[in-house]
Design a protein around this ligand. Structure first.
Ligand code: NAG
Ligand code: NAG
Ligand code: NAG
Ligand code: NAG
Ligand code: NAG
Length: 252
């Protein structure tokens, strides 16, 4: 709690410093251009760009991308060169500093601040990164022997809920669902539903409360054991007829 407060104070100090310097140096017209918001996709790379817009030539003293939540410098450009911190890529060409976050996970959601200290002014701009819905894979199983059906969803973010339907009937209450968050911040969800003799398939859906949408649904055909056996016998008797016909043709 104390740490959080301290971070907020430091951040506020920075914001104030940038605001004051922008007022004092408003005639120098140095601006940083960033996207206000970037939506990232799980497991993908995301690039944040920061462009220096200046009407006059300037000399870069320090140009950087900072994670404001962690108070960590991710890309630093100074007189010596470009210095990326581990796990990120940095590129500085034509007054554009690009920070690339690789294989993103929920933990990268933060506010990223681009800072410039030049011989003309001190400026900053920021980009908020949020993660879009993630779903890596899903598995659906029918256990004829145990009279149950099961749905599993892996790498889900934000946390979802499993809803079950039989036709238009909501049978979610009969299911048992467990959810676990892995070390990367993604959820693995497993839901099991006891089955009854029915003709309709079970509809297993993944509901994302934060967006109010279904991100995945799958129909699980559940048939009783007898049905499978009867369809097997039908195939076998059809084969028998073929043999009889072939036999007749050979004889004649
Ligand atoms: C800032 O640096 C640039 C490039 O070195 C130079 O052309 C310019 O005169 C400098 N401006 C000031 C105000 O020092
Ligand atoms: C530039 O930044 C790097 C990394 O932060 C640092 O090691 C180096 O001393 C800096 N160089 C100058 C001239 O400030
Ligand atoms: C039912 O079958 C599954 C494989 O399809 C097996 O893993 C499970 O142990 C079986 N359960 C029983 C009670 O035989
Ligand atoms: C289905 O039932 C679940 C659990 O009772 C509930 O949270 C959900 O809103 C229901 N969905 C629909 C579409 O009726
Ligand atoms: C399964 O249920 C979901 C959620 O209610 C619905 O959007 C979807 O159309 C259903 N699928 C089928 C084939 O009934």
């Amino acid at each position: 709690m104390m740490k959080q407060q301290r971070k907020t104070e430091v951040l506020f100090g920075w914001v104030l410093a940038f605001w004051l310097s922008s007022v004092v140096n408003s005639e120098s017209k140095v601006e940083l251009r960033t996207s206000a918001e970037v939506k990232a996709q799980c497991d993908q790379n995301v690039a944040l760009q920061c462009d220096i817009i200046s009407s006059r030539p300037l000399k870069i003293i320090l140009f950087s991308w900072v994670d404001s939540r962690e108070m960590k410098e991710l890309c630093v450009v100074n007189a010596t060169g470009v210095f990326p911190s581990p796990g990120v890529l940095c590129d500085n060409t034509n007054n554009r500093l690009t920070l690339t976050l690789t294989r993103v996970m929920p933990s990268i959601q933060s506010n990223y601040v681009c800072k410039l200290r030049s011989n003309l002014s001190i400026t900053a701009a920021s980009t908020t990164v949020t993660l879009q819905e993630c779903l890596r894979t899903s598995e659906h199983k029918v256990f004829q022997n145990e009279s149950k059906v099961e749905c599993q969803f892996f790498g889900v973010y934000p946390e979802g809920r499993v809803h079950w339907f039989l036709g238009s009937e909501n049978i979610t209450e009969s299911a048992s669902t467990e959810s676990q968050q892995d070390e990367e911040g993604l959820f693995n969800i497993r839901s099991t539903l006891p089955t009854q003799a029915g003709t309709e398939p079970y509809n297993c859906s993944l509901w994302t409360p934060s967006s109010g949408t279904y991100s995945s649904h799958k129909l699980l055909p559940y048939s009783r054991g007898e049905d499978r056996i009867s369809s097997g016998t039908r195939t076998r008797s059809r084969l028998l007829w073929v043999f009889i016909l072939v036999g007749l043709i050979i004889i004649t």
